[in-house]
Design a protein around this ligand. Structure first.
Ligand SMILES: O=P(O)(O)OC[C@H]1O[C@H](OP(=O)(O)OP(=O)(O)O)[C@H](O)[C@@H]1O
Ligand SMILES: O=C(O)c1cc(=O)[nH]c(=O)[nH]1
Ligand SMILES: [Mg+2]
Length: 194
């Protein structure tokens, strides 16, 4: 499955959005990949994850468990874990910081895949990796469905992405005029307020 095939799956699910978006990192963009609209279709999720795992296996990495950052990483992380035949757990934000809750534990030295839906700046991935390493896990790989940083984001572990695209982002004080005219929406859950 190449990048165009992946983007076509997103288009068919109405998940490749255009408008004015405020991203998790605080950056702005005219493009948003709404993975939840893709992952809500179990067959599509399973197909995309199978293609991801093919790429991951080509890196020869050994994985004991998968850990994802909620919310976006939960479904994709669980499906990756299911197809790899290993446990899949998630971190969630408590006062803004990603933590393991619900009795989830990581065995000391376990080789962990940190699995995201999207990597933009890599901030959430780095936060999740920090939470995993605080609990004794060893993050041997990072994965995502779409790395929209053009491959420039660094998270402190090698990244396998099902697709890599270069979707421009803008600092809040540098938003181009054509975007400023559109009210910004923030689809993600970091710092969510009514
Ligand atoms: O690489 P980054 O710059 O961190 O951006 C990508 C992150 O943004 C989204 O999460 P978000 O915090 O919006 O919340 P969500 O997972 O609940 O959608 C997405 O799920 C990634 O976690
Ligand atoms: O950076 C983000 O917050 C982000 C970008 C994107 O395209 N999709 C998403 O779920 N989050
Ligand atoms: Mg997220």
């Amino acid at each position: 499955m190449n990048t165009e095939d992946v983007l076509q799956e997103f288009r068919e699910c109405g998940a490749l959005l255009e408008g004015h978006f405020k991203l998790s990192s605080g950056k702005h963009s005219s493009v948003y990949c709404q993975c939840a609209l893709v992952l809500k279709e179990p067959d599509v999720a399973s197909r995309l994850v199978a293609a991801f795992i093919e790429k991951l296996k080509a890196t020869d990495v050994e994985i004991d468990m998968v850990v994802s950052p909620a919310m976006g990483g939960v479904i994709v992380g669980w499906e990756v874990a299911r197809q790899l035949g290993v446990p899949g757990i998630f971190t969630e934000r408590v006062d803004g910081k990603l933590e393991l809750r619900r009795g989830f534990e990581i065995p000391e030295g376990a080789k962990v895949l940190m699995m995201e839906d999207i990597i933009t700046t890599g901030l959430s991935s780095r936060e999740c990796i920090e939470a995993i390493e605080e609990k004794g896990g060893k993050v041997v790989a990072a994965g995502c469905l779409i790395n929209r940083s053009g491959g420039r984001a660094e998270v402190g572990a090698p990244i396998t992405a099902l697709a890599t695209i270069d979707a421009p982002t803008f600092d809040p004080d540098n938003v181009p005029d054509h975007l400023k005219d559109i009210p910004a929406i923030k689809p993600g859950s970091r710092g969510l307020k009514k």
